[in-house]
Design a protein around this ligand. Sequence first.
Ligand code: ATP
Ligand code: MG
Length: 163
Amino acid sequence: AWFEMVDLFSALRGMFKPMLENHSVALIFEEPQGLMRLYTDDRKVSHILRNFVSNALKFTEAGEVRVSARREGQSQVRFAVADTGIGIAQEHLAAVFDDFSQVASPIQKRLRGTGLGLALCRQLATLLGGEVGVRSELGKGSTFFLVLPMQLSEASPNRDVLA
Ligand code: ATP
Ligand code: MG
């Protein structure tokens, strides 16, 4: 269905607000660049971004997690979730979207989940005809992204910018 970018971002902001109260990490939503309304399965998109943000907050001690969306060319949109966290070593990058993939490290022991979050993100992205990816530098942070082919609408008569 059609949905407004501002609604997606404010829903995500509301979802994570309680988690941020005792957190020294800021969760920042950038104003969407060149796109306001999108036609896609917003529940799948929201699920993927929720997973990215939850990982980013889990693996970041201090600094920020920044969520952005920008139009790429005529028919693509790129969402990114960038953190200033522990990062991922190059040799582990290729596998993070695999089932049960978790980077073994002492710091991470207490942060363990099932290792299925990103595998599900990749499957959802495939269902949307898009793809997920990651860039990372150990000790500096990671950027997870979702690229979708999409019908775009620049006009959004009733809504302006992110509140
Ligand atoms: P689950 O999501 O099922 O609770 P999980 O978070 O460990 O468990 P994934 O979300 O699939 O599993 O992530 C896989 C692994 O990729 C993580 O265990 C972690 O090692 C690494 N990872 C994911 N996101 C980040 C991030 N933002 N920074 C550093 N490492 C990350
Ligand atoms: Mg996870």
